[in-house]
Design a protein around this ligand. Structure first.
Ligand SMILES: Cc1ncc(COP(=O)(O)O)c(C=O)c1O
Length: 386
């Protein structure tokens, strides 16, 4: 497996050489090893839990008649992506070009890049990638559309394009209605482009704690997105795909007529924060750690902010609701605990406060079932931002 990782990249970037070195050190872990025999810290993924989360999402999506395109930025790992594809995903979303490249390199070719790609270097990469897979990209600017068309033409290929609509997040995207229609018309002028539909992500709603309020705002916000679809169709332009939603809003969007696809990512792995908002998806990602020091009222674990994301709140110790992760230093977690029985050498699993960012911190993850190693996967897109 180590050889494969090196072979995949022809660059001499130092971070990728680092990826290889770290992977080599854990490639000795054999399937069948109990997690009690692993060195710590390590990133674990509970595959039985993943199976349950996928089944719940895919069964519900079938009921609503929508596809599920899983967001690869939550995984960054093509081994896990393949595992998910085999269990019924309809393709993947990518946040960055390198994620789409990793997927296509792994033979997973149905990818939408939910982001704007700007500049000739990226557009050349995009056009080359489009020759190898069904890779589409989102746009919100007519000049960018012209540049994508030029790159596709130069590469002798065509590229699928979705108009990104700002459904209230105010990140990227054109306003719903006429601006989206105008951009769809621009796309259709270029023979090297295919207008494939609309992308609208309600990221501003995912973490609203009150679910009734989240649903109300989601259903209200989605109206203009669906109306945009109808406006474009009324102009005689077919809209093949209307895609949106995250783990926090998935079923409100999935049950909206006019939506064809949802694109959540976090529901696969989950974390201590998202789980409070979506308890129906148990946490399947953890970092196995060792207690390395003790003092009255607290213990110290051998993993900190370099292994556990605290992006969105406090990490938690699995199965120990009374213990509180007070602080993450780079290589230490300081945990407040009234339990006098915790000893140096004890091993606890920690849930991060952001599963996607935690995948970004590690070079490999270990798939486990019932406490036993089943597989070790490289996380090819971790540490990358291109
Ligand atoms: C465009 C887009 N779609 C979908 C998602 C998935 O969201 P979640 O991780 O909440 O499932 C994200 C998350 O950032 C996103 O940026």
């Amino acid at each position: 497996m180590t050889g494969e990782i090196v072979a995949r990249y022809t660059t001499n970037r130092s971070d990728l050489i680092f990826l290889f070195r770290v992977d080599r050190s854990i490639m000795t872990i054999q399937p069948g090893t109990p997690i009690t025999a692993l060195d710590t810290p390590q990133l674990l993924i509970d595959l039985d839990g993943v199976d349950r989360n996928l089944k719940r999402m895919f069964d519900a999506a079938k009921k609503y008649g929508v596809n599920v395109r899983v967001h690869f930025k939550s995984l960054k790992c093509t081994g896990l992506a393949r595992y998910i594809l085999e269990r019924g995903a309809n393709g993947f979303l990518a946040a960055k070009l390198n994620e789409a490249e990793a997927l296509v390199d792994a033979g997973i070719t149905d990818v939408i890049i939910a982001n704007q790609l700007i500049g000739p270097i990226k557009l050349k990469r995009l056009a080359e990638l489009a020759k190898r897979g069904s890779v589409r990209v989102c746009v919100d600017d007519a000049e960018n559309v012209a540049q994508i068309a030029k790159a596709a033409e130069a590469a002798g290929t065509t590229i699928g394009v979705l108009v990104e609509v700002d459904v209230g997040m105010h990140r990227c995207g054109v306003a719903p209605g006429e601006p989206a229609l105008e951009l769809a018309k621009v796309i259709r002028k270029y023979p090297s482009l295919r207008f494939e539909g609309l992308q609208g992500y309600d990221g501003h709603l995912q973490y609203i704690p009150d679910i009734a309020e989240r649903e109300r705002r989601c259903r209200e916000g989605i109206k203009s997105f669906i109306a945009t679809r109808h406006l474009i169709e009324a102009a005689g332009i077919p809209v093949g795909n209307v895609t949106g939603a995250g783990t926090g809003t998935w079923e409100f969007i999935a049950s909206t007529p006019g939506i064809t696809e949802i694109q959540p990512g976090s529901f696969v792995l989950m974390d201590a924060v998202y789980n409070t908002l979506r308890p129906e998806f148990p946490i399947t990602q953890s970092i196995i750690t060792t207690v390395i020091s003790r003092a009255p009222g607290q213990y110290i674990l051998d993993a900190g902010s370099k292994a556990i994301s605290k992006d969105f709140g406090s990490p938690a110790v699995k199965g120990r609701p009374n213990d509180k992760v007070m602080k993450l230093a780079e290589e230490h977690a300081i945990v407040e605990s009234a339990d006098p029985n915790v000893k140096i050498g004890d091993r606890f699993e920690v849930y991060s406060a952001h599963c996607c960012a935690t995948m970004n911190l590690h070079r490999t993850c270990i798939g486990v079932r019932k406490g036993v190693v089943e597989t070790v996967w490289p996380i090819e897109s971790s540490g990358r931002y291109d």
